[in-house]
Design a protein around this ligand. Structure first.
Ligand code: ADP
Ligand code: MG
Length: 343
C-alpha cells in the first residue's frame, strides 16, 4: 500500500487523464492516433475488425476487499482480450472508461492502471482512449477491445457440425474454487479481523480468479498449424453454459464426457474440501477464460499433439439434445447454471 494520498480533485478530470496516460506508448503500426483527441484513428490494413465491450461493476463483478487494484486493472483488460481471441482474432487496441468515487486517490487509480498497462504490454495492445467520470455507486470499469482478423477468418459460435470434436484449452473449475476460498477468508476476517487469511498453498486457485490469462497462445498455435476450428467461445460462465451456446447457435446437440473434462490437481483437492464435485465446478463455475471450440475429425491427430488441449466430447444431431455421459455411465441433460448460482 502506498502511504501518500493525492486527492483526484487536486488534478481534476483532465489532469487525471493526462497523468494516467502521459507514458502511454503505442506499439501497433495500425494505431494512427491515440489518446488526446476527440477520437482515436486506427488502420486495420485491409483486415477485418472485431470489437467487444464489457462493463464491470464493484460489488457485482469484483470485490475490492480481496482484489488488488493492479490485478483488477489487468483482469479488466484480459477478459476483453479473451473475447477477441475467442473469435480467432488478434487484439490490437482497447479503450477504457472508468467511473470513480472520491474514496479513490490518484495513487489507487495509478495502481489500477499499472495492471492495465501490464496487460497491454503483454498482449501487444494499445490503449487508445476512454472516458473518465465520477461515480457515486462504487468503481465502474468499461473496456472495449478491438482486434483484427484476415478477411472472413473469424470463428463464430455457429459453425459446429455433427461429428465435430469438442475441445477445451487448459483446465476448468479452478477460478470458481479460488473465488470460494477468497469469500471464505473474507467472511472469517469480517467475523474476526485478527485472523490472517489462510491462503497458503492455494496460489494456483487464487491466481486463476484474480489474474486470469487469456489463451492468446492457443489461438496462435491453431493459426500456426492451420487448424480452423468450426466454432469457438471463451469460457467465462462455465462449461455447460458455453457448450449450450455453441449448440444453440450451431443448431446441433452434443455428448460431453465428464471424465474427459480437464481439472487441475489443486482444484480436485479443494473441491473435496468444499464438498462439491470438481466436474460441477468446471461445468457451472466460470471465469476460467479458457477456449472452448470444435474441430473437424480430420484435425484430431494434430490437435492431440497439444498437451494443453483436451478433447472432451463430440457434436451430435440436434434431435439428440445436449448431454453429458457421467463417470458412472449415466446420461444427463446439460443444464446452464451459470456462475454463482450454485454457490
Ligand atoms: P471528450 O470530452 O471528447 O470525451 P475527454 O476529455 O473525455 O474527451 O478525453 C480526452 C482524451 O483522453 C480522449 O482521447 C479520451 O479517449 C482519453 N481518455 C479519457 N479518459 C481516459 C481514461 N480513463 N483512460 C484512457 N484514456 C482516456
Ligand atoms: Mg470524455
Amino acid at each position: 500500500m502506498q502511504d501518500t494520498r493525492t486527492e483526484i480533485a487536486s488534478l481534476g478530470e483532465f489532469g487525471l487523464i493526462e497523468h494516467l496516460t502521459k507514458n502511454n506508448e503505442t506499439q501497433n503500426a495500425g494505431t494512427l492516433l491515440s489518446v488526446g483527441d476527440d477520437a482515436a484513428v486506427i488502420d486495420q490494413f485491409g483486415r477485418q475488425s472485431v470489437i467487444s465491450t464489457d462493463l464491470l461493476l464493484e460489488g457485482i463483478h469484483f470485490d475490492l476487499m480481496y482484489t488488488p487494484l493492479k490485478h483488477l486493472g489487468y483482469k479488466s483488460v484480459v477478459v476483453n482480450l479473451s473475447d477477441i481471441y475467442a473469435m480467432m482474432a488478434t487484439p490490437t487496441q482497447i479503450t477504457l472508461s472508468i467511473g470513480i468515487s472520491n474514496k479513490f486517490s490518484v495513487e489507487a487509480v495509478e495502481e489500477f492502471y499499472e495492471g492495465v498497462y501490464a496487460a497491454c504490454e503483454k498482449f501487444n495492445v494499445d490503449l487508445i482512449g476512454g472516458d473518465t467520470t465520477t461515480s457515486k455507486t462504487g468503481f465502474v470499469i468499461s473496456v472495449t477491445a478491438i482486434g483484427e482478423v484476415a478477411p472472413d477468418k473469424y470463428v463464430t459460435r455457429s459453425g459446429a457440425k455433427v461429428n465435430d470434436l469438442i475441445c477445451v484449452s487448459g483446465d476448468l473449475g479452478a477460478a470458481y474454487l479460488g473465488l470460494q476460498l477468497l469469500e471464505r477468508e473474507k467472511k472469517i476476517f469480517l467475523e474476526n479481523p485478527g485472523v490472517q487469511p489462510d491462503l497458503q498453498n492455494q496460489s494456483y486457485l487464487v491466481k486463476r480468479i484474480l489474474k486470469p490469462e487469456p489463451r492468446a497462445d492457443i489461438v496462435e498455435w491453431l493459426l500456426e498449424h492451420k487448424i480452423e476450428p468450426t466454432s469457438m467461445i471463451d469460457v467465462s460462465d462455465g462449461l455447460s453454459s458455453e457448450l449450450l451456446h455453441i449448440c444453440r447457435a450451431s443448431d446441433v446437440g452434443c455428448i460431453l464426457y465428464e471424465e474427459k473434462i480437464p481439472v487441475h490437481e489443486d482444484t480436485k483437492t479443494m473441491a473435496l474440501e468444499f464438498q462439491v464435485g470438481s466436474a460441477a465446478c468446471a461445468l457451472s463455475g466460470g471465469e476460467d477464460y479458457e477456449l472452448l471450440f470444435t474441430i473437424r475429425q480430420e484435425d484430431y491427430e494434430r490437435v492431440a499433439k497439444n498437451n494443453d488441449i483436451s478433447v472432451i466430447g463430440y457434436i451430435t444431431d440436434k434431435a439428440e439434445g445436449a448431454n453429458m455421459l457421467t463417470k458412472g455411465g449415466n446420461k444427463h441433460k446439460l443444464v446452464a447454471q451459470g456462475w454463482n448460482s450454485f454457490a
